[in-house]
Design a protein around this ligand. Sequence first.
Ligand code: SIN
Length: 483
Amino acid sequence: MRDYKRFLKEKAYINGEWVLESNGATFEVRNPFDNSKIAEVPDLGREETKEAISAAQVALEDWKNETAEYRAKLLKKLFNLQLEFADELAYILTLEQGKPLTEALGEIKYGASFIEWFSEEARRTYGETIPTNAKNRRILTIKQPVGVVAAITPWNFPNAMITRKIAPALAAGCTVVVKPAESTPLSALAIGILAEMAGIPKGVINIITTNRPIEVGQELTSNPIIKKISFTGSTHVGKILMKQCANSVKKVSMELGGNAPFIVFDDADINTAVEGVIASKFRNSGQTCVCTNRIFVHDSIYDEFTYKLSKEVTKMKVGNGVEKDTVIGPLINESAVNFLSDLVEDASTKGAEVIVGGSLDKEKGNFFPPTILGNVNEEMDVFNKEIFGSIAPLIRFSKEEEVIAMANNTPYGLASYFFSKDYARIWRVSEALDYGMVGVNTGKISTTVAPFGGVKESGIGREGSKYGIEEYLEIKYICVGGL
Ligand code: SIN
């Protein structure tokens, strides 16, 4: 391992300076594996947040007036640096978040791919000319940056959820104030170091570390200088932020919770479906918004599927993310473990069968074993709540219409998956699922090149792809008269 400590910063980043809280307030960042202290970072509040917003406002003037080529080149440098120091960044990510090193490295590369993609998109924010409605005038549109953006990001992807927001924002000509999650500020600060190394001008990226998310969130959502909030996190917090943004009518992008169905039809390839569940259910120990939440299996293949899935899940090694061969790392904290235990208990009381795992070994810190629950139904919490952990609930079904109705019976609409070899069914079910994203015969759908986002209470807007940059642009219509 090269010197990861070089990227382990214990100061926040405002206006190109590494700063402390004015009274020296700090909070500890702990390793979810054993709760040991990794670092101590500034606990910034409203005043420092205002300073960061002002810095971003001042920086905006030059940044938005630079050429797209200039912004693209700096982003490309940032991309190259993130890859050059991927090992160091991944190590810090595992220390503060817990995911296995191979997954952390995958996240750093995934995060870098957004920077590369949007460095390219920077040059393609085209306007258009519109056929005129009068002979003596011409009509056209241009695209302009929305202004200063606040990015509020989650702990489950401490690098990629930041780059997925700041790369399109910067490419569009916006400046940003980033507020990373309290449990994972170190990966965010490491991005600040890379930004400095890349020569991104002061004030363009500002990073607020805080253990006072409500106070800082209120400033970000009420300050009139902020023109847009991009948030990834729970639906509950997303709704609060949206309400707070209403007073100053900010644009919002919301990437919120999910309750992803995973349907295995009787004509599916069962082995591929098992691989698909493993990929989509157990990634990041089940702590992603697109993780499979409910697995619907056709009655006629239920037993075979359950047997094959159980065989694979039993092999998964649970342990410290930095150890080789670990597949399931710790959950983010103890309350996450307690939440999963409660889900298992509720389901068992209501008639579910614990096929694999289920109970937790108290000696082992924030761990929860990979678990399979059989005979789950709509009355159980595990069917209705976002699990955000390594529980795979199996539900039997017999008819296509019935399973689509059950799959759509949720306020969420982020990711969905199904497995079938029937091409007519593939079209029918893809169109019938009320979700922003559908994986057909695959459990891996996340990629820079495709639009990531949800419908219903799972969110507003899209990230990644050619659509991602549009979230940071306003369309201005210009009418040239008197010709
Ligand atoms: C998330 O869980 O918020 C994002 C996961 C992904 O990009 O695949």
